[in-house]
Design a protein around this ligand. Structure first.
Ligand code: CP
Ligand code: NVA
Length: 322
């Protein structure tokens, strides 16, 4: 038994290079054997909270916690006192007395940070306005499975096109830097990532052998890429900006012409939900290079791996780390 170490997953660089690899290897094992480990046998409860809608995250954490032997306590904003303004710190201390971990989809990153500050169990960011780290683990598991394993991730060039100021863009920057990938993020002026996130990604990439490129040139970003990603142009909470946001992104649509610039065997991923005819054409997302259903399935395996790994750290139980 190692020394217990409370760890959270609030942003993609909360795991270092070797730790991200451990989690991804574990995820691949969970894909091969859904009941590989059951750290929450008892069952022990994991609270799964939603302040925004969800299909994939809700189903993968609900089913995943159950498959880990635990009890998923799923609470929506409309059904919780958190939704009526109860302080995060109070909610955190109550849940901490009952549950063995908290998974939360919310708006501000400061809210998951506050939850973690008052928790003695792992807290996982299930999407904030700033990051979506669980999605990135699933996406990288999918690349590993299609492109020569976890040890080959650092050789990959990934290109994300579209709203480059959103949570997915930020998470590709940080997560890709941790993996040692060559990360390219392209979007129009006014929709580029925050400088502090780009700086963090560059600092990490300098340590892992990766590289970070932020550009307004969609074609340059796609050129020779191993994997092309996009995401909705209108994220949850931005619905009022729909009219403004339908204009600037057309040059970043992932269509056949754009995919033809990537490597001939490049794969296409999208975190979903997808808006066909907007950020991606049907010909791409429903075509032979698309691996979006593997990607969606891997949410289940990657998050089970993450919860197992974090729990192993929190309990000092090395047997849960591999
Ligand atoms: N990709 C993703 O997080 O999907 P949901 O919003 O359906 O959870
Ligand atoms: N950027 C999107 C991701 C959805 C999974 C959003 O935040 O709505």
């Amino acid at each position: 038994m190692a020394t217990p170490e409370l760890r959270h997953m609030l942003r993609d660089d909360d795991l270092n290079h070797d730790e991200q690899k451990q989690v991804l290897e574990l995820a691949i094992k969970f894909r091969a054997n859904r009941f590989y480990k059951q750290p929450f046998a008892g069952p022990q409860a994991v609270a799964v909270l939603f302040d925004k809608p969800s299909t994939r995250t809700r189903s993968s954490f609900s089913i995943g916690v159950a498959e880990l032997g635990g009890y998923p306590l799923v609470i929506d904003k409309s059904g919780s006192q958190l939704g009526r303004g109860e302080p995060v710190a109070d909610t955190a201390r109550v849940l901490d007395r009952m549950a063995y971990g908290v998974v939360w989809r919310t708006f501000g990153q400061d809210r998951v940070e506050e939850m973690a500050k008052y928790s003695t169990h792992p807290v996982v960011n299930a999407l904030t306005d700033d990051f979506h780290p669980c999605q990135i683990l699933a996406d990288f598991q999918t690349i590993a499975e299609h492109r020569g394993g976890v040890d080959n991730l650092h050789n990959q060039t990934i290109a994300y096109l579209g709203d480059a100021a959103n949570n997915m863009a930020n998470s590709y920057l940080l997560g890709g830097a941790v993996a040692g990938m060559d990360v390219r993020v392209a979007g129009p002026q006014g929709f580029l990532p925050r400088p502090d996130i780009v700086e963090d990604a560059k600092r990490i990439a300098a340590e892992t052998g990766g590289s970070i490129t932020v550009t307004t040139d969609a074609k340059a970003a796609a050129d020779g890429a191993d994997c092309v990603f996009t995401d909705t142009w209108v994220s949850m909470g931005e619905e009022a900006e729909y009219a403004i946001r339908s204009k600037p992104f057309w040059d970043y649509q992932v269509n056949d012409e754009l995919m033809a610039l990537a490597k001939p065997d490049a794969i296409f991923q999208h975190c979903l939900p997808a808006y066909r005819g907007k950020e991606v054409t049907s010909s791409v997302i429903d075509g032979p290079q698309s691996v979006v259903w593997d990607e969606a399935e891997n949410r289940l395996h990657a998050q089970k791996a993450l919860l197992t790994w974090l729990t192993g750290k929190a309990r000092g139980d090395d047997s849960l780390l591999a």
